[in-house]
Design a protein around this ligand. Structure first.
Ligand SMILES: Cc1cc2nc3c(=O)[nH]c(=O)nc-3n(C[C@H](O)[C@H](O)[C@H](O)COP(=O)(O)O)c2cc1C
Length: 237
């Protein structure tokens, strides 16, 4: 019997290469980032102005640096700029949303959405120059040389994809772009429409671009919890 805690041959290390900042610079950078992120808003009215694909690439690359369960990186970002495909996505999403708003929404959910003014009309899916659909890999799927497939477990998929999406949104915000985290309910139609493999599940739809000149945001969304409400400094009793 080997030692179950002995390092595996696959465990290889390299130097970290961490860049230590002076405390003042640390704080200045942290506050500058906070200032940028405080300006982030979910935008639902987009300009049709184009956005260079390089900005989408850089934001997805930032998302790809995210930590993930067992480093499995269980995500795919599908960037849709093709007007015809965006129109098909919008038609399908609006169909689902109409059903949701008429048949499936609970009174409690309707009340929670009321201050946001959302409805089944999803102009952002055709106006935004890019619609990025994020897929979560529910399990691993590897093509074998003999043409078969190997299926394997993924760990902490939802948490991992959520963190990657957070970095994606932060990168877009930092680059002066706006976005919406949109979750048509249900989202299964996106896998078929975008031809994704059977282990991928649509996680969120993110239109990206510049705001329409007359864009407004719901005042309700500006009400963020205070630091006192969300941060507790724990001490031993
Ligand atoms: C997981 C998730 C799903 C969301 N789904 C939708 C959606 O389907 N439609 C929509 O208009 N906004 C959606 N939102 C945006 C929220 O309404 C928005 O983040 C919230 O009102 C706060 O506004 P802010 O993003 O401007 O701070 C979603 C946000 C998250 C995080």
């Amino acid at each position: 019997m080997g030692d179950p805690f002995a390092n595996d041959a696959s465990y290889v290390t390299v130097p970290l290469g961490h860049q230590r900042l002076a405390p003042e610079e640390s704080l200045a950078r942290s506050r500058a980032f906070l200032d940028t992120m405080r300006r982030r808003r979910s935008v639902r009215a987009f300009s049709t102005e184009p956005v260079p694909f390089a900005l989408i690439e850089a934001a997805v690359a930032a998302a790809g640096t995210a930590p993930s369960g067992a480093n499995q990186q269980p995500w795919t970002f599908v960037a849709v700029g093709d007007p015809d495909l965006k129109a098909r996505m919008r038609a399908a999403a609006e169909g689902e949303e109409r059903d949701f708003y008429t048949d499936h929404i609970t009174p409690e959910w309707r009340a929670a959405l009321a201050p946001l003014g959302t409805d089944p009309v999803k102009t952002h899916l055709t106006d935004a120059p890019w619609v990025v659909v994020v897929f979560a890999h529910a399990f691993g799927l590897e093509r074998l040389p003999d043409g078969g497939e190997r299926q394997f477990k993924h760990y902490y998929v939802a948490e991992s994809v959520g963190i990657a999406v957070g970095l994606f949104l932060a990168s877009l915000t930092h680059a002066g772009l706006v976005a919406l985290t949109h979750t048509p309910s249900p989202m299964a139609f996106l896998g078929a429409l975008l031809d994704r493999p059977r282990n991928e599940r649509a996680y969120v739809v993110i239109p990206v671009g510049y705001p329409a000149p007359d864009a407004t945001v719901p005042a309700h969304a500006l009400e963020k919890k205070s630091l006192e409400q969300i941060l507790i400094q724990a001490t031993s009793r």
